[in-house]
Design a protein around this ligand. Structure first.
Ligand SMILES: *Cc1c(COP(=O)(O)O)cnc(C)c1O
Length: 395
């Protein structure tokens, strides 16, 4: 593996985990070309059974993307016009847009400040007679507190959808032991967008469920509700996955565990590195590690305090160190949802964290030297910042 030749650190470099598999992927894609079977078919069948086994679910249904998975999940649960679905505001847009696309109303809940995951207390406050479902998101690869959510779901007879787009392989600790994400709610939704922990080379997604009836609906919905051909039982969508993505995913899947372990090691190294720099206290805040279950680290996010997030990000960008912001605005503050009438601080933690959160590089192949560069540059920024303040220079 090529070591960094300069002090720059990319936010994400997919080539590092793909290059060793390139020949195998190309051969598998060539096989699909020759097979003439381009949509669904044996590659997808194989992928679905691997995924179901990995998640410990009775069924896995591959589909076109994580966004379509969320849409199909709500369609299978028969979301109607005017129904409310409680979702976090601090998540990717697709979690909520699926609700709106079906004429439902997303009801935004706040997050837990220790994990950035949707807060069970905040969800409880928002349950009304019109609530039809709850979508929990396992944000950044860390399982949401599923014990509390399963209790809520049972108490109010509400189906739980798990948006596990960022969390394949993560698990939560329940009374019965560790449970993989995607296996605890009625339906789990996954994304294989290239930046996710298991990435296709294009769009892809999947749904998991233990419910035979839901699985049947989801398969129907994926193909325009059609069975047999040109006889439409229900109104579905084109949510199919193509065989090329299935081929790539089948080559990559056996390596997911190794890549996930690498992400865990990278996260541990960040904790160790930050612990060496006491002078970052009050400037950078890390999220306490998960104590039970498995965090799969799709992102490593920190909070940048004292209003210095954007300045730090520019400083790092000038030094060619990549960072990202997940997410710069809560969904309740997005223009497209302004008609819902939320005030910015209606969800105070989401509002605050969207101005503080910063994602640092984490991906298979990121070297310890590169992590050192990232952290040293963060330290350098605050040293410069402090000396500017002492000298009274405007910053
Ligand atoms: C990526 C993502 C999605 C959407 O998945 P796509 O495959 O890009 O459509 C949905 N929810 C969350 C939390 C995501 O991170």
């Amino acid at each position: 593996m090529a070591l960094p030749t300069s002090d720059s650190v990319p936010f994400l470099d997919l080539s590092r985990h793909v290059s060793p598999l390139q020949e195998e992927i190309e051969a598998r894609l060539a096989r699909v070309v020759r097979s003439g079977c381009f949509v669904l078919g044996p590659e997808i069948d194989q992928f679905e059974s691997t995924l179901a086994q990995y998640c410990g679910t009775a069924h896995a249904i591959a589909c076109a993307s994580g966004s379509e998975a969320l849409l199909m999940a709500l369609m299978a649960l028969r979301l109607q016009h005017g129904d409310e679905v409680i979702v976090p505001s601090f998540t990717f847009f697709a979690t909520a847009s699926a609700v709106s696309r079906l004429g439902g109303t997303p009801v935004f809940a706040d997050i837990d400040p220790l994990s950035c995951n949707i807060s069970p207390e905040s969800v409880r406050e928002r349950i009304t007679p019109r609530t039809k479902a709850i979508i929990v998101v396992h944000l950044y690869g860390r399982a949401a507190p599923m014990e509390a959510f399963l209790e809520l779901a049972q108490e109010f007879h509400l189906p739980l959808i798990e948006d596990a787009a960022q969390a394949i392989g993560a698990s939560a600790f329940l009374a019965g032991g560790e449970k993989p994400v995607g296996s605890m709610g009625e339906i789990g939704c996954f994304s294989f967008y290239p930046t996710k922990n298991l990435g296709a080379m294009g769009d892809g997604g999947a749904l998991t469920t233990n419910d035979d009836e839901l699985a049947r609906s989801l398969r129907l919905l994926r193909g325009h509700g059609m069975a047999p051909r040109y006889y439409h039982q229900i109104i579905g969508i084109n949510g199919r996955l193509d065989a090329f993505q299935g081929a790539v995913l089948n080559v990559k899947f056996p390596h997911l565990e190794v890549w996930t372990t690498e992400r865990e090691n990278i996260a541990r190294r960040y904790f160790d590195l930050f612990a060496q720099y006491r002078n970052l206290e009050g400037k950078i805040s890390l999220f306490p590690p998960q104590t039970a279950g498995r965090h799969v680290w799709n992102q490593f996010c920190v909070r940048v305090l004292q209003g210095r997030r954007d300045a730090l990000r520019s400083f790092l960008a000038e030094r060619k160190i990549g960072t990202e912001i997940y997410y710069p605005l809560g969904l309740h503050e997005q223009q497209c949802f302004s008609f819902l009438g939320y005030l910015p601080d209606a969800l105070p933690i989401t509002h605050k964290f969207s101005r503080e959160i910063l994602a640092l590089p984490i991906f298979p192949g990121l070297s310890p030297e590169e992590q050192q560069i990232v952290v040293e540059n963060i330290v350098a920024f605050f040293e410069q910042d402090d000396s500017n303040k002492t000298r009274g220079v405007a910053v």
